[in-house]
Design a protein around this ligand. Structure first.
Ligand code: SF4
Length: 726
């Protein structure tokens, strides 16, 4: 009998069957009985075995002594970490110790729960995470419009007939804030039932190629396209509020905001013809079942807050909000919205600002684009110590070289991470947790953003070694030590805490949350969902299609759905000013966007040979018409330079790129000294974040603008034959 579990390498939640070959991982297949993924897996799933057996992974704590590392025991390591963090907090105050949570935290139950505990113990405003290089603008729109940062809408892709995507490539990602494994099957099904799939993207992506329509859009201008669509909806009296008519507020403000952006006025800047915008606006407004969905491309840009607001608003005013086939909300077994409400985490905006440049905080976090300067700039509140968890911000956040320098200057850094990578090489101490197959798992976050309500538990496949620790144990162990008072009672408190740690486990927490969740006790003591029932199901429990949950679930103070929050309306002036600058940009100017690929997930999987072998994938893609005037031909190495820095990469010429836009994938750049990633270093590529600019953010919410970076591209040298051979 194979081991059954959820693959936790990305948001798609694929059910997998893992064969065991003695003490090694054997074949990995898709679980055809999984109610969400139905047998689908992508090539990355096989990397779970590579991660598990990776000779480069760390198994015991590493203490850095100059340029070398020495293995030490867990008690010594945790004692040292707690002592140094307390010393620095004592000398520099709470703000002197910062924390950064990487994206894998959310894919790991123990890390998700344990990071909350450590965050409370640290009590610092200097909290950073991958959120501000990702979905923060969508959370902001949800907070301002619906009253809760986690009320994030998900396209009901399996029932919609017109699916419009902006800045999303789910054929490669399998969905993001839309866990939807097997996306090609789902898109084909839309087409088979006579529906239509439309993609807006500055690159003809893998998704665009299977869609029925693709429209190039200039990076950063999605908000203008959406405003123009809303303009048409209002001008042609196509508003349909349906059962929300009595619940929406600020409809006239939205009408007024859109009135100034007719499609004919925005087309030259966005690159999307006015006729396309007008036609699609009418089609969305009159479609029976339609969903307009924006993802990372409309978030990590200068106007991500506006774009995410307008996506939501367009769905609401065209009757595709909280209706089957439109943008809906999940009712997962563990209801994060409910939980967030109980613990007072519905969200907050503008309550804190970063010290150096006054950038806005969101929900108790500061923009990670500010982290380097918060470390490097002297003064009260300067960050002098850092805890990183499952993150590699040197590669994943803007101006990685500046962050590299800043991290090297810290008084103390501790990283909870299984690898000695581009970020953790700066850590004085690395605390390596177990790998995915050695821990039990429930995807507490991602089930909440899936296209179907399901629940699946994963047991650990391999017992961990006596000298290994789960993220939960590391985080709570460190927290416990930081709470010691040195008053002679610490021994007793340690014993009580150790007992509590055995009683309050992530597994018990999930069980309790399921029992009080929407499928728990409310369905009756006998019929309610419990963790035991989920575990017994082996392939996962199908809790059904998404169902309407609004307006009862709105969390705004007045119980209304706010169509035009004042903070967002005020930001339109900034967009207008930028529109003028876009219109006056010199002909031939280039901007850079990122690129996600099926065999790569940020920087996580690059030490798996089976995923990185073959032709080099870290290439700059460029339209031939942009290359020719620069004397660039296919295979050349080119220098990509911005205000922040420069890198050199091989070029691929392709008309999949919009003219004026070049693309480089993210997560690469493993050539920094001192890392212990033998496969990744041999396939290093370059880091796109050595070019992105930490000073260019969405001024509204602080999210880094990683797409639309102004660059110059020049021929670096003649074709290097060795590159082709590599
Ligand atoms: S799509 Fe994501 S969850 Fe599914 S197999 Fe691939 S990496 Fe795993």
């Amino acid at each position: 009998m194979p081991h059954l579990r959820t693959c936790n390498l990305c948001e798609a939640l694929c059910g997998i069957e893992v064969e065991r070959d003695g003490d090694r991982v054997g074949a990995i297949r898709g679980d055809v009985h999984d109610p969400l993924s139905q047998g689908y897996i992508c090539p990355k799933a096989t990397a779970l075995g590579d991660l598990h057996h990776d000779p480069d992974r760390l198994r015991t704590p590493l203490l850095r002594e100059g340029a070398t590392h020495r293995a030490i025991g867990w008690d010594e390591a945790l004692d040292l970490a707690a002592r140094r963090l307390l010393e620095i907090r004592g000398a520099h105050g709470r703000k002197g110790v910062a924390m950064y949570l990487g994206n894998p935290t959310i894919h790991n139950l123990g890390a998700t729960l344990g990071s909350q505990v450590l965050g409370m113990v640290l009590g610092s405003h200097n909290r950073y995470s991958a959120t501000s290089v990702d979905q923060l603008p969508k959370m902001l729109a949800s907070y301002l419009m619906y009253g809760h940062q986690l009320l994030m809408s998900v396209p009901d892709v399996d029932r919609c007939d017109l699916f419009v995507m902006l800045g999303a490539n789910p054929l490669v990602s399998n969905g993001s804030i839309m866990s939807a494994p097997g996306m090609k099957r789902r898109l084909d099904a839309i087409k088979a039932r006579g529906g239509r799939v439309v993609v807006f993207d500055p690159r003809r992506t893998e998704t665009a190629r299977v869609a029925m329509e693709h429209h190039f859009v200039r990076p950063g201008t999605d908000a203008l396209v959406l405003l123009s669509m809303l303009h048409v909806v209002f001008a042609e009296n196509l508003v349909r509020l349906g059962r929300f008519a009595g619940y929406v507020t600020e409809l006239d403000d939205l009408r007024h905001a859109a009135a100034g952006f007719p499609p004919e006025d925005t087309a030259d800047v966005t690159g999307v013809p006015a006729a396309v915008v007008r036609g699609l606006a009418r089609d969305v407004a009159t479609a029976g079942r339609a969903a307009v969905y924006g993802r990372v491309g409309v978030s990590i840009q200068e106007f991500g807050g506006l774009a995410n607001w307008l996506v939501e608003a367009l769905n609401v005013v065209t009757g595709h909000f909280d209706e089957a086939g439109g943008m809906m909300f999940t009712t997962p077994a563990v209801d994060l919205v409910q939980l967030g409400t109980w613990v007072g985490q519905k969200g907050s905006f503008g309550r804190i600002q970063s010290r150096v440049r006054g950038a806005p905080g969101f929900s108790g976090e500061l923009p990670v684009a500010c982290l380097a300067e918060e470390i490097s700039t002297p003064g009260e509140g300067q960050v002098r110590a850092l805890v990183t968890l499952a993150g590699n911000p040197v590669l994943s956040t803007p101006d990685g070289r500046a962050l590299d320098r800043a991290l090297a200057s810290l008084d103390f850094m501790v990283s909870i991470d299984p690898y000695l990578n581009e970020t953790t090489r700066h850590a004085h101490l690395i605390l390596p947790p177990v790998m995915p197959l050695e821990r039990e798992h429930y995807d507490v976050a991602l089930h909440a953003f899936a296209v179907r309500n399901t629940a699946r538990w994963s047991d650990a496949m391999f017992a961990r070694g006596d000298d290994q620790r789960d993220d939960w144990e590391i985080l709570t162990g460190l927290s416990r030590r930081m709470l010691r008072k040195g008053d002679g009672l610490d021994g007793l408190r340690d014993k009580a805490a150790a007992l509590a740690q055995r009683v309050v486990t992530p597994r018990r927490a999930i069980d309790a949350l399921m029992r009080i969740g929407p499928h728990g006790y409310r369905k009756g003591l006998r019929d309610g969902l419990t963790l035991d029932k989920v575990i017994a199901s082996k392939h996962g429990v199908d809790l059904g299609a998404l169902e309407p949950t609004m307006p009862e679930r709105l969390h705004t103070r007045d119980g209304r759905l706010h169509l035009a929050p004042k903070e967002l309306v005020a930001d339109l002036e900034r967009l207008r000013a930028r529109m003028v600058r876009w219109a006056n940009e010199p002909a031939g100017a280039l901007v850079l966007t990122g690129r996600r690929e099926l065999r790569s997930n940020n920087s996580w999987c690059h030490n798996s040979l089976r995923l990185v072998k073959g032709p080099a994938r870290c290439t700059l893609r460029m339209h031939p018409d942009d290359a020719a005037p620069r004397g660039i031909v296919a295979g050349d190495r080119v220098r990509i330079a911005s205000r922040a820095g420069e890198v050199t990469a091989p070029v691929e010429l392709s008309d999949e790129m919009m003219r004026g836009v070049v693309s480089l994938p993210h997560g690469w750049g493993h050539d920094r000294p001192g890392v212990r990633l033998s496969v990744a270093s041999a396939h290093a590529g370059v880091s796109v974040n050595d070019v992105t600019d930490a000073q260019v953010i969405d001024a509204l919410c602080g999210t880094a603008s990683l797409t639309g970076v102004a660059v110059e591209v020049t021929r670096a040298e003649a074709v290097v034959a060795a590159d082709a051979a590599e």
